[in-house]
Design a protein around this ligand. Structure first.
Ligand code: SAH
Length: 467
């Protein structure tokens, strides 16, 4: 180890920053965030620092640096672009025994400013010993995605309960076991998901139990896996995918996404084929309750967003009745994903002021849609599950007054490496689908915005079939 990481308390203490540019401004911001009093010595200030000076967030001395400014300081940072001045700051600070950092000049530093992941009160500092600041920043970005933003709140909650837990479990081993189980269980997860009150109540409940061994409580994560490209998962989705011990997934969830679940998780396929329900919805609902009832962490992974034509509502309805903790993680819905990857903005100031999502799913050979609501000026229609009913859909829209020439697109397997996009009009769309043997999953986008595809299409994965 080439240096010792320590955490400095700066509250009420003065820190010196020499330099008035943007680099200095960034250092000032960090010092202020940590509660320090900041003295800035620089003949001139950049706009960001000028603003801070006018708000009296910092004490500004519009002078050249001299030794007197070091007086009473607990640390010094030199951030000028003059190496001579930086060296003087470094020499004098070291003479006075004040820790000093010179930006981008490790030789002149007695301490390094780390990259920081801030989940206050938990703070993670990363340094590469001056070898590569880029490496530290990369590591920081990884940690940022890995550690839930609610982590700090969890730490606060632990602080609040520390004394009570100590009283209840005077033996350290018991205490540790209790906390470990709380951190691994629903209390932590609910806090991350913003269910603070439930988390608190659950913790109180656990504290009332006699033994430090908390009975494992199951929970369900209803997660949207997005339209296909694994990069479109949210941080939270990925984290819960890595946490769950059982995964129930649909046909729509791309294999590349299921692959990102924990390697040892049990995977259960509950997909449905059209007209042939592999597992009835009721049974899926009951499976979730049963598995969570066994104390398992259950992931219900759905394509797109769970609340958009995803029956997510029905599944958590039963969970809520059964008193099982759950959370819902939104995903990128097919309409948003397909539109983005096909270069078709769903709204546009010139062409569409609203967008409507409908399902073209046929019931007894009929499409039951509010046609008048669909045939509106400056509106985009995104049609889910529409391949089979496409003829009827286009016919009915025309019959209800939409012009035959209305631009329309078909997006098959949107956002994946095999995405295909075909553009035509309301009149030609069914034939287009037939000619190119468009298969599920695919969706239709109808409206003037489709015209923009020609200019805005950008996604063209090598190896994918050309549209
Ligand atoms: N909950 C999902 C939708 C489920 S309905 C969501 O929010 O996206 C299933 C329909 O979604 C499919 O029949 C198809 O119309 C559409 N769909 C899902 N993924 C798609 C994809 N990658 N490309 C095109 N359409 C898709």
């Amino acid at each position: 180890m080439n240096s010792l990481p320590v955490f400095l308390r700066l509250q009420g203490r003065t820190c010196l920053v020499v330099g008035g540019g943007e680099v200095a401004a960034r250092k000032v911001a960090q010092l202020l965030k940590a509660g320090g009093e900041v003295r800035v010595v620089a003949p001139e200030l950049c706009p960001a620092l000028q603003e801070r000076a006018s708000r009296r967030d910092i004490q500004h001395r519009a002078e050249e640096f001299s030794a007197e400014f070091l007086e009473g300081c607990v640390l010094a940072i030199a951030a000028t672009d003059d190496r001579g001045i930086n060296r003087r700051v470094s020499d004098l600070a070291q003479e006075h025994g004040i820790p000093v950092n010179v930006v981008d000049d490790p030789e002149l530093c007695t301490f390094i400013m780390p990259s920081i992941v801030d989940r206050s009160p938990v703070v993670i500092a990363i340094a590469s010993g001056g070898a590569s600041p880029v490496l530290s920043r990369l590591l920081r970005a990884r940690l940022e995605t890995l550690i839930p933003s609610g982590f700090g709140r969890l730490a606060e909650l632990m602080r609040e309960f520390r004394a009570r837990v100590r009283e209840k479990f005077p033996v350290m081993k018991d205490r540790r076991r209790f906390w470990e189980q709380i951190l691994e269980g629903p209390v932590a997860e609910m806090l991350y998901a913003g269910q603070d009150k439930v988390a608190l109540a659950e913790l109180e409940e656990r504290l009332r139990e006699e033994k430090p061994t908390v009975e494992r409580h199951g929970e369900v994560y209803l997660v949207g896996g997005g339209p296909g490209d694994p990069d479109l998962l949210t941080f939270r989705a990925l984290r819960l995918m890595q946490r769950a011990e059982v995964v129930l997934y649909d046909r729509l969830v791309a294999p590349a996404i299921v692959d990102l679940c924990r390697k040892d998780a049990e995977r259960i396929y509950v997909g449905k084929e059209r007209d042939r329900h592999a597992i009835p919805q009721e049974e899926v609902n009951e499976m979730l309750i049963k598995l969570a009832g066994e104390g398992k962490r259950v992931l219900r992974l759905k394509g797109g967003d769970p609340f958009i034509f995803g029956r997510g509502g029905e599944e958590i309805d039963r969970l809520s009745e059964a008193g099982i903790p759950f959370q819902v993680v939104p995903g990128i819905t097919a309409a948003a994903g397909c539109a983005a990857y096909a270069g078709i903005p769903l709204t546009h100031r010139d062409y569409a002021h609203s967008c409507i999502f409908v399902t073209g799913h046929m019931k007894d050979g009929k499409l039951e849609l509010n046609w008048d609501a669909l045939v509106q000026p400056k509106q985009t229609i995104a049609v889910y599950m529409g391949v089979k009913g496409l003829d009827t859909l286009c016919e009915e829209l025309i019959r209800h007054g939409m012009k035959k020439e209305m631009p329309a697109a078909l997006v098959e397997r949107g956002t994946t490496a095999r995405q295909r996009v075909y553009v035509g009009t309301l009149a030609t769309l069914p034939k287009l689908a037939g000619d190119h043997e468009i298969a599920a999953p695919s969706m239709a986008i109808i409206g003037e915005v489709v015209k923009l595809h020609e200019k805005l299409a950008w996604y063209d994965p090598a190896g994918g079939p050309r549209g």
